[in-house]
Design a protein around this ligand. Structure first.
Ligand code: NAD
Length: 314
């Protein structure tokens, strides 16, 4: 399978597809975009404009972004000369089944066929394909032009060649691909997020903490630590010179005895949490909150990049 990626097809240009488009174009790829939305051209121009500063902050050249992005009339035209296809359509098995059958027929034999799917594993929509060897999941975190992680998840019939090629592709796009060796609902990132979100909702429902204070706890402790070292290295360091082994035998015992909460599924109780979150963040409009979040995330990424560079030099 080729390791050269000159032309990408982006199928589905909603939240995720627009962001991938900007990232691929900023890395010099020709990008052909297909989506039946009537405002596709305008949405692309707006997205490229809005994302350009984020891409520039990552050191990418954004001068000719628009020239590298082409609106096409359908999927067949999008994939005809693609080296890689990134699918970002609706999260429905039937849609992905039909679409990937079309992609296998229409894309060149060397093209890598990737799906952004967050919940549907490749095996669930490739069963009817004669050749599913180059189909796999490349699951980003939103927005993919900013968040480094891509979970690369092969299906049962995906070749190892395609897995390695996907890893090479996302690394070329400046992302941090991680290969999952088994399909599991929610993959890894969303499972972790889900576990934490459940406990967060439980703590608010119990009146232990408000939503803003819960956010403050995370931003001022685990968020910083986990961005720097991740949970396992964090625990290894937390155990002192005895490392992770000492931690599991010592504090780990009482941690294991702690029962985690089960948030109430009563609609009235759930509504109270929704209202509390809405009230907590009502002062600023959504667009401004999103802009602030992007700016802070870029600052974290830039700081980590500097730290990694210094580690290499020292
Ligand atoms: N939003 C997220 O946070 C997120 C994160 C990671 C992965 N994903 C995954 O990415 C995929 C897209 O999600 P999204 O949030 O961008 O959804 P979205 O609803 O914003 O975009 C989906 C797009 O697909 C288009 N579409 C519909 N039929 C199509 C067709 N036949 N051909 C081409 N395009 C078609 C729609 O017009 C729409 O623009 C999903 O599989 C989702 O699970 C989403």
């Amino acid at each position: 399978m080729t390791q050269t990626f000159g032309t990408a097809a982006v199928i589905g240009a909603g939240t995720i597809g627009l962001s991938w488009t900007a990232l691929f174009a900023a890395h010099g790829l020709t990008v052909r975009v297909s989506d039946p939305r009537p405002d596709l051209g305008d949405a692309l121009v707006q997205a490229l404009d809005a994302f350009a500063p984020h891409l520039a902050a990552q050191g990418l050249d954004t001068t000719d972004l628009v020239d590298r992005v082409h609106v096409v009339s359908d999927v067949t035209e999008a994939v005809a000369d693609a080296d890689v296809v990134q699918e970002n359509g609706p999260e429905r098995i039937e849609f992905k089944k039909d679409l990937f059958a079309q992609l296998v027929r229409g894309a060149p034999a060397h093209a890598l066929l990737l799906s952004s799917s967050s919940a549907i594993p490749a095996t669930a929509f490739t069963g009817d394909l004669d050749d599913a060897s180059r189909v796999l999941i490349g699951h980003p975190f939103n927005p993919p032009h900013l968040m480094p992680l891509v979970e690369v998840v092969p299906g049962e019939r995906t070749s190892e060649d395609a897995v390695q090629s996907a890893v090479a592709f996302y690394a070329t796009m400046g992302r941090a691909p991680v290969v999952l060796r088994k399909e599991i609902p929610g993959f890894v990132g969303n499972r972790l997020q889900n576990a934490l979100s459940r406990e967060a909702v439980y703590l608010v429902q119990q009146g232990v903490v408000t939503p803003e204070d819960l956010d403050a706890v995370m931003k001022n402790s685990l968020g910083i630590r986990w961005a720097a070292v991740g949970p396992f290295l964090g625990s290894h360091l937390g155990g002192g010179p005895g490392g992770y082994r000492h931690l599991t035998e010592h504090i780990g015992v009482s941690m294991q005895q702690m029962q985690l909460g089960q948030p109430s599924s009563d609609p009235a109780v759930r509504e109270l949490v929704v209202e509390a979150v809405e009230k907590a963040y009502a002062a600023l409009p959504y667009e401004l909150l999103a802009e602030i979040a992007d700016r802070r995330e870029l600052a974290v990424l830039a700081a980590l990049k500097t730290a990694h560079r210094n580690e290499k030099e020292n």
